[in-house]
Ligand binder design. Structure first.
Ligand code: CTP
Length: 260
């Protein structure tokens, strides 16, 4: 049977070969713990669901509303989670990135599609990390044909899309860890904290998306990870790869503590 260049990575296909062992030890993170760089506990078998990238909402076949998210942070988190031995499902809006090796990628376009896909994968997951920059509104009317310019302006009426994270949180199990990403341009920490309660999640990564240093499209990032229980940890500033490893380390520590 012909093998793809990356045999452990497929898009939306069931495993065709035996699933590889979930825990390749020892775990080593460049941004990790102590002098050894190894996690100071035995990692658990974790199933992780990650969303990434933007969503698009079309008002005619060739025009849409979206945002500048590139998906880099979410893909870096997926790679870090996989490297930590976790089983990773990655639901992504349209991005120009190759899927990380060994990760199941589920491409979607609209917020509705992202909701349906994450909903289908949510039940068995232990950790949900929503990095996706969901386009918050969609046009009320989707014109079936390309709108023609007639020299006049265009008014498009929008309606809100469903809040994916809040919807899933309503049917969460208490043992699931739900992590949101707050994209903020001002009052970053306060606005992010408000989303913990509003969405019914455990942790939120406060992320500045303001100006040229903001997270969208940048190679570097910094996050402040905030918990409902008062937890606070700064991650970065560093490359998105390193920040992703730091985030997975922080989550792994929390999961190990909860399992004790
Ligand atoms: N999110 C979601 N569904 C939406 C909007 C956002 O699941 N329709 C998720 C994002 O993936 C992120 C978190 O909610 O994990 C916070 O998203 P953010 O864009 O920061 O906040 P909003 O909820 O959109 O609120 P606001 O735009 O008022 O800041």
């Amino acid at each position: 049977m012909a093998r793809s260049a990356n045999p452990t990575s497929r898009q939306c296909q069931p495993y065709l070969e035996p699933v590889p062992p979930i825990l390749p030890y020892p775990l080593v993170f460049s941004g990790g713990f102590g002098q050894s760089g190894r996690l100071p506990f035995t990692p658990l078998a974790i199933r992780c669901l990650i969303t990434a990238g933007p969503t698009r909402e079309f008002f005619d076949p060739v025009r849409f509303v979206s945002n500048p998210s590139t998906g880099k942070m979410g893909f870096a988190i997926a790679a870090a989670a996989k490297a930590a031995g976790w089983t990773v499902d990655l639901v992504s809006g349209p991005v120009a990135l190759a899927e990380p090796a060994g990760v199941m990628l589920y491409p979607v376009v609209t917020a509705d599609e992202m909701l349906r896909q994450t909903d289908a994968l949510f039940g068995p997951c232990d950790v949900l990390i929503m990095t996706a920059a969901v386009s918050d509104w969609r046009p009320k009317v989707m014109h079936p044909q390309k709108l023609k310019k007639d020299g006049a302006g265009l008014t498009v009426e929008f309606e809100p899309v469903p809040d994916i994270l809040a919807t899933l949180a309503q049917r969460r199990r208490p043992d699931q860890l739900l992590v949101g990403f707050a994209a903020e341009t001002e009052n970053i920490e306060a606005n992010a904290l408000a989303k913990l309660d509003r969405k019914g999640i455990d942790l939120v990564a406060a992320n500045s998306v303001a100006g040229p240093d903001g997270a969208f499209g940048n190679e570097l990032n910094r996050l402040i990870l905030l918990g409902r229980d008062g937890f606070r940890q700064a991650l970065g500033p560093a490359t998105k790869t390193v920040v992703a490893q730091q985030l997975i380390s922080a989550l792994a520590t929390r999961l190990a503590a909860a399992a004790r």
